[in-house]
Design a protein around this ligand. Structure first.
Ligand SMILES: Nc1ncnc2c1ncn2[C@@H]1O[C@H](COP(=O)(O)OP(=O)(O)OP(=O)(O)O)[C@@H](O)[C@H]1O
Ligand SMILES: [Mg+2]
Length: 339
């Protein structure tokens, strides 16, 4: 059946690089100027932190493209979830530079000397840097000019707060730039997904109310735009499947339910029944505090609920945030969607 809503599903994929990156002007400017400084012989050792879906990878990839074009310095993107050891990263770098590698395995030293035949300075963007296997890898890169005669600048991207404290103790003093990507506000999310809807959906199949509802959901999950884009796609598919020619608020609700239950079932299979119930109660409220959860879980003893919360935090199934309210600082909880 011809789809009457979805026009181009590619724009909803995570690998899609939007031509317009909205609301990240400052981050783009700051990071670009770091790379530009590197092209003028300054060191580049940047750490970019931010929660999931806040545009870190998108901004880094966007900047890399223009940087290599303008400055003639190669920049190479590495995702440490896929490649996390020194050897595999260096092989990846060599590969990106078009260096032919022998089939027999070769060691880091040999790879480095081959890279040096081609480039004396280059930039590595290390995404998901908290997945690096060797704790001292970034320190090694930071010192690469002195130790191996190949100067590598790096931009390490992570969503682990306090990431630097988990690396080599000598590294923090060498960092040239720390950047934080703050969660998008509801209206920023709205702008971003409206743009995506225009590109991926037929005209007239969505409206402001639909976009606003989806943005609100993502805002509740710490401004995760990936979640919003995914929910928009699911809503469009729901409406399409029912042969409608526009998305309704009800489609968004149904898509949201599916999304939540599939994420919960994926996340919670390893938990006890009581822990699952606590997770579900957290999902059903907007930024609940511990006492909100305790109330919702009655007649379970408060003490038991608090223990479950502790376990869930320990297993990273839920996250806590400290927020300021009229009554002072409050600790609130949310489900950790691993999108
Ligand atoms: N400012 C923006 N303008 C347009 N699209 C955006 C923007 N920020 C994020 N996106 C879109 O949101 C999705 C998630 O963005 P991205 O992958 O860059 O997040 P991230 O911060 O790297 O997340 P994670 O920490 O989970 O890796 C992508 O589909 C991306 O295209
Ligand atoms: Mg990313």
């Amino acid at each position: 059946m011809e789809s009457s809503i979805l026009r181009n599903s590619e724009v909803f994929e995570d690998s899609y690089l939007p031509s317009d990156i909205l609301h990240r002007e400052k981050e783009i400017k700051d990071l670009s100027s770091e790379l530009e400084m590197f092209s003028r012989s300054y060191p580049l050792r940047a750490v970019v932190y931010g929660p999931p879906g806040t545009g870190k990878t998108t901004v880094a990839k966007y900047i890399m493209q223009s940087f290599s074009n303008y400055h003639g310095i190669k920049s190479i993107y590495v995702n440490s979830l896929l490649s996390n050891s020194k050897l595999s990263i260096l092989s990846g770098v060599a590969d990106s530079l078009g260096i032919m590698m022998p089939r027999r395995g070769i060691g880091s030293d040999e790879i480095i000397s081959r890279i040096k035949e081609k480039e004396k300075r280059l930039v590595i963007i290390i995404d998901e840097a908290d997945s690096l296997k060797e704790k001292d890898f970034l320190y090694y890169i930071a010192k690469s000019k002195e130790t191996i005669g190949l100067e590598m600048g790096f931009v390490a991207i992570t969503n682990v707060p306090g990431f630097l404290s988990l690396t080599d103790a000598r590294l923090p003093a060498l960092i040239t730039k720390r950047m934080e990507f703050k969660p998008y506000s509801p209206s920023e999310i709205r702008d971003i997904i409206l743009e995506r809807a225009k590109k991926g959906l037929m005209p007239g199949t969505f409206n402001e109310e639909i976009i606003g509802k989806i943005a609100g959901f993502a805002a509740r999950h710490l401004g995760n735009v990936r979640l919003a884009i995914y929910l928009l796609l699911l809503s469009a598919k729901k409406a399409d499947r029912d042969g409608k020619n526009a998305i309704s608020l009800e489609d968004v609700d149904r898509a949201k339910e599916d999304l939540v239950s599939s994420m919960l079932s994926k996340t919670i299979t390893k938990l006890s029944e009581d822990e699952k119930k606590v997770m579900e109660s957290i999902e059903s409220m907007s930024f609940p505090t511990s006492s909100d959860i305790e109330k919702r879980m009655e007649p379970m003893a408060s003490r038991t609920v608090r223990d479950h919360i502790k376990t869930l935090i320990g297993k990273e199934y839920i996250l806590s945030d400290d927020i300021m309210t009229k009554e002072g600082k409050k600790r609130v909880f949310r489900v950790n969607y691993k999108f």
